[in-house]
Design a protein around this ligand. Structure first.
Ligand SMILES: *Cc1c(COP(=O)(O)O)cnc(C)c1O
Length: 356
């Protein structure tokens, strides 16, 4: 039965693969649920979305996205609430952000009903794939590809919008060690740093490989002019608690991906009366605060990890080791508060949670 008024065709699998999952040992990205959603854009409009069994796709070797990276994606999660029903966290924000990415990448807007209602239908159909163990979730990956069969360089005219989902186990929240990057650049004003474009990830692989070899987990990206102002860690937004103020870089220059988790964290902190600032933050200021004993906590935020505490930060030969995270009041409170809302254990006063 349909959960919305969206005109959608549903073809169900004859044979569920859910038996292949070991609920006690779910590895991220290893298994994909039984169904996927596909919608085509052609002749200036979206066709009727279809939900069908998860399957391989085939493309002409001349297809646009394979050559020119005209491809964008989103990351959303569904959680089981205490009654055992799947709920999706803030999908409207992902929908709006996907359309901001689409505009910048010369791709068409996705209608709300295809994105939201299509996602709800898909999660409802594959509801058994939403795990119920502690800290588990169903990761939802909407993405859009330019699929003209044409190797010439021009914005494409044909697109595919797809949603796949994958059960995710508890995220191992070992505090991360960070290397402050002052050679490679992730984003600059006028670029695509604010979008979830595939190329933002492709370009980060090499610098990340280099710092992993050096023993670090993630890069703290800095601006491309002076390598002075901090941007994000890896693919997460970043927050520093200096004194009693929580500071995160502002998103006004198109260099920062506006995370849904980032926005949720800022909202929760403000409601609790914690002082927050969104502004340019230099590595010098962070170092100074650290050496004055004022850098209390630091963490990354994103849908995958939720809140990732930072254990240490290395800038040139300055290794800044933060206090033991057990005593971090703000980070630990945020983690708990966000989890309680996402799993429907706490009243959703912000209308963040969407039933399927
Ligand atoms: C996806 C992403 C984030 C986190 O966004 P959320 O909406 O919180 O998941 C942060 N930075 C980058 C570069 C990202 O791609």
């Amino acid at each position: 039965m349909s959960v919305s008024s969206l005109d959608i065709s549903i073809k169900k699998t004859d044979k569920s693969r859910i038996g292949e999952i070991d609920p006690a040992n779910i590895q991220f990205g290893k298994n994909y649920s039984d169904h996927m959603l596909i919608a085509y854009y052609e002749n200036g409009k979206w066709g009727k979305p279809e939900i069908m069994p998860f399957h391989d796709l085939s493309f002409s070797p001349a297809t646009t996205f394979l050559h020119y990276g005209q491809a964008i994606f989103e990351g959303v999660k569904a959680y089981k609430d205490p009654q055992g029903n799947p709920i999706i966290f803030r999908p409207y924000d992902n929908w709006k952000r996907m359309n901001r990415s689409a505009e910048r990448m010369a791709m068409p807007d996705i209608p709300q009903d295809i994105f939201i209602d299509g996602m709800r239908e898909l999660v409802n159909l594959d509801r058994d794939w939403v795990p119920s163990g502690a800290d588990t979730s169903l990761y939802i990956r909407p993405f859009m590809l330019a699929v003209d069969e044409f190797i010439g360089v021009r914005p494409a005219e044909k697109f595919m919008f797809i949603i796949i989902t994958s059960p995710a186990g508890p995220y191992y929240n070992k505090p991360v060690s960070i290397y402050v990057q002052d050679k490679y650049v992730r984003a600059f004003p006028g670029g695509i740093g604010f979008t979830k474009a595939a190329g933002n990830y492709g370009m980060s692989m090499y610098p990340t490989m280099q710092i992993k070899k050096m023993g670090y987990d993630q890069i703290l990206w800095t601006d491309g002019f002076e390598h002075k102002y901090v941007q994000e860690i890896g693919t997460m937004n970043v927050f520093f608690v200096i004194g009693d103020t929580v500071i995160t870089p502002d998103v006004t220059q198109d260099t920062i991906l506006e995370g849904v988790t980032r926005e949720s964290v800022l909202t929760l902190l403000r409601e609790k009366g914690v002082k927050t600032e969104e502004r340019p933050l230099s590595i010098d200021e962070i170092e100074e605060a650290f050496h004055a004993g004022k850098l209390k906590e630091a963490f990354g935020t994103g849908t995958a990890a939720s809140i990732a505490p930072i254990r240490e930060l290395t800038f040139h030969d300055d290794k800044m080791v933060l206090p033991d995270i057990e005593h971090w009041e703000i980070t630990n409170w945020l983690k708990q508060e966000l989890a309680d809302i996402r799993y429907g254990r706490k009243k959703d006063t912000h209308n963040w949670v969407v039933a399927v």
